[in-house]
Write a protein that binds this ligand. Structure first.
Ligand code: SF4
Length: 243
């Protein structure tokens, strides 16, 4: 990964994720890494039967072609960190807002659980805590102290592991350096075996994410809605995917 150092004159980063659909095997290692990093509870078999899941990243499966020439395709979908986010104006208590780095932040202790944001999100990537999350021992030992454990009635979602972004920013500030491309890696990016996920700053034209975003294979989900997402997909190789 390129180690270009950004000039201090550059503006705030625009954090983005590039997802190469040609590389994703659907192994779901990213899903597990996200659970572990962000203290996401496992709802269990009974609640899953009611459609209550708590993943911040889901591997969508869809079919391409007609029987018998059908292929299963896989698409990791997380919060798209939209520039024009439909979830933000509908929150009556401003629990979700846009931060200067282009992320849709969520203030958990302000959320009152109306779920308007979940209804407004066209990507359906927000999850709601229906029950008080339980982490029976020894699972308490693996809770991440950098991330709060959300309680019942709270809407939550992917933050691009903002705790890792903040930690990296503090580290380089203490060392008097600038963040280098690839220095911040959300848990899913760090874990993905075939490196299908690339995280970086779109405001840095030399970042790996920026270069991939300029690929002729790039597209964004439901782009016609005008949400201007920061998650960019690269089409699968043989045929194009919906988008
Ligand atoms: S870890 Fe990588 S390859 Fe596996 S499902 Fe997630 S994005 Fe796809």
């Amino acid at each position: 990964m390129a180690q270009d150092v950004k000039s201090s004159a550059e503006a705030s980063p625009r954090w983005a994720m590039v997802v190469d659909l040609d590389r994703c095997t659907g192994c779901q290692a990213c899903v597990i890494a996200c659970h572990a990093e962000n203290n996401i509870p496992v709802v269990g078999e009974e609640q899953a039967a009611y459609g209550r899941w708590m993943h911040w990243i889901i591997i969508q499966r869809y079919w391409e072609g007609e029987y018998p020439n059908v292929k299963a395709r896989l698409m990791p979908v997380m919060c798209q960190q939209c520039t024009q986010a439909p979830c933000e104006p509908v929150c009556p208590v401003f629990a979700t807002y846009h931060n200067p780095e282009g992320l849709n932040a969520q203030i958990y202790n302000r959320c009152i659980g109306t779920r308007f944001c979940g209804s407004a999100c066209p990507y359906k990537v927000r999850t709601f805590n229906w029950f008080e999350p339980e982490f029976p021992a020894p699972l308490t030992e693996q809770l991440n102290p950098d991330v709060t454990v959300r309680s019942r009635g709270i809407m939550e979602k992917c933050t691009f592991c903002i705790q890792r972004i903040r930690r990296a920013e503090m580290d380089v500030k203490a060392e008097g350096r600038q963040l280098a491309d690839g220095q911040v890696q959300p848990a899913c990016v760090q874990t993905c075996p075939p490196s299908a996920l690339v995280f970086g700053d779109l405001n840095d034209p030399n970042s790996q994410a920026s270069q991939l975003a300029r690929s002729h294979r790039s597209f964004r989900l439901l782009d016609e809605l005008g949400t201007d997402p920061a998650v960019i997909y690269l089409k699968g190789g043989e045929t194009n995917v919906p988008g």
